[in-house]
Write a protein that binds this ligand. Structure first.
Ligand SMILES: Nc1ncnc2c1ncn2[C@@H]1O[C@H](COP(=O)(O)OP(=O)(O)O)[C@@H](O)[C@H]1O
Ligand SMILES: [Mg+2]
Length: 371
């Protein structure tokens, strides 16, 4: 779903408001999180070396954790993206920008559990929901207790995990708007260790109903502060395709943002704005927030364009981009209509393989917690 014009306008107004706050209160140094360097060896079969990223090491990469200057790096990146070389009409991309920025690698250090990850990109159809469902299933299969919070009124993560929105006693709408405890809205999925806070269509109203609400940007954070982190290792928040209040709630409740990028012509369109808005939330609402990983999705190995887009994204974001790339696969698009993650629907498919490897890479092999 693309934004309805009124919601897009509302999103802009909210971020304008945050920008004003930032201007009024300059100096938003954020504490870096303590993280430990480790190795990962996740590797996806069908993706060529060039796409995995030139110079991206396969094994140990002991870079330091993100520093307090990361906010500045976001700004640089956002500006750089606006000036990036664009593919010409024949799909060729001009020489790569020299201003590549070094980020810590997506899987180069183990982050402490629990991890609160917003999956965000204001573009629709880039693979946010597919990644929330299948990365969620992948980390659940690794043994981590995982909660997918569906923040999109379309409820695709909900139905994709086999939940019938008609049979619910509570949904994320009740959590945000009626102060229902989040525990009361958690539903099990067909995958062991994988749970979901479902969304129903009434969530569309929340985008507007939240506007006059007290602490409107922090509703989700307040609800998960109650102890979800004790019960779950990974909390994945599937954001809607807009930069409105629901997405702000997702970003304010998370400590990490994972951005899926579709390997298509307009892949980087709007990414500068997304990064600036992540920075605004970081500066005003949530100093711990950081861009932790970029996932390349719908990679079609038969096209030159996909490879070029992947290379361009790696030029800008370096090792922030996950080594494992999700291939374009019909099986991945069929699985939701059966209410199953790909590892259940077709466990030996390329899509299942890719999301399994991605789950290893993103989790970084964090030690399981004893409960
Ligand atoms: N790797 C893929 N290969 C093929 N189809 C995909 C892939 N990832 C997502 N899709 C399909 O593309 C559409 C958009 O994906 P989705 O995850 O819903 O995007 P978003 O949540 O960003 O709007 C869906 O129909 C989905 O099934
Ligand atoms: Mg979606």
């Amino acid at each position: 779903m693309e934004d309805a014009p009124d919601l897009a306008g509302r999103g802009r107004a909210i971020f304008d408001h945050l920008r004003d706050l930032a201007a009024a209160d300059a100096g938003d140094a954020a504490p870096g999180q303590a993280e430990v360097a480790v190795s990962t060896d996740a590797e996806s079969e069908p993706v060529p070396e060039a796409v995995r990223g030139p110079g991206v090491p396969r094994g140990t990469d002991a870079r330091p954790p993100p520093s307090a200057t990361e906010a500045d790096e976001f700004d640089l990146t956002a500006a750089a993206l606006d000036e990036r070389p664009r593919p010409s009409s024949d799909g060729q991309i001009a020489a790569a920008s020299p201003a590549a920025i070094e980020y810590p690698a997506a899987g180069s250090f183990v982050r402490p559990l629990p991890r609160f990850i917003a999956i965000a990109n204001q573009k629709g159809g880039v693979g946010k929901t597919t990644s929330a469902v299948n990365l969620g299933a992948g980390v659940a299969e690794l043994g981590y207790r995982t909660l997918v919070i569906d923040l999109d009124p379309q409820g695709n993560a909900t139905t994709g995990l086999g939940i019938n929105p008609r049979n619910l006693t509570a949904s994320v709408y009740d959590v945000l708007m009626r102060d229902v405890p989040i525990d009361d809205a958690i539903e099990p999925s067909s995958v062991r260790n994988l749970f979901v806070v479902p969304a129903t269509i009434d969530l569309a109203g929340a985008e507007i109903e939240l506007v006059p609400a007290f602490s409107r940007e922090l509703k989700l954070r307040r609800s998960i502060e109650g102890g979800v982190g004790e019960d779950f290792d990974f909390i994945l928040i599937d954001c809607p395709p807009s930069l409105g209040l629901l997405t702000v709630n997702g970003l304010a409740a998370a400590t990490e943002v994972v951005v899926p990028i579709q390997c298509e012509y307009y892949a980087l369109e709007g990414l500068g704005q997304l990064l600036r808005n992540i920075n605004l939330v970081k500066g005003n609402l949530n100093p711990r927030l950081e861009l932790s990983a970029i996932i390349l999705t719908m990679y079609d190995a038969r096209t030159k364009l996909a490879e070029q887009v992947a290379n361009e994204v790696r030029t800008h974001f370096g090792t922030k981009v996950c080594r494992n790339v999700v291939p374009r696969s019909v099986r991945l698009s069929e699985a939701p209509s059966f209410g199953q993650p790909i590892i259940v629907f077709d466990p030996s498919s390329r899509g299942a393989l890719a999301y399994r490897e991605l789950a290893k890479e993103v989790s970084g092999g964090a030690p399981q917690r004893v409960r």
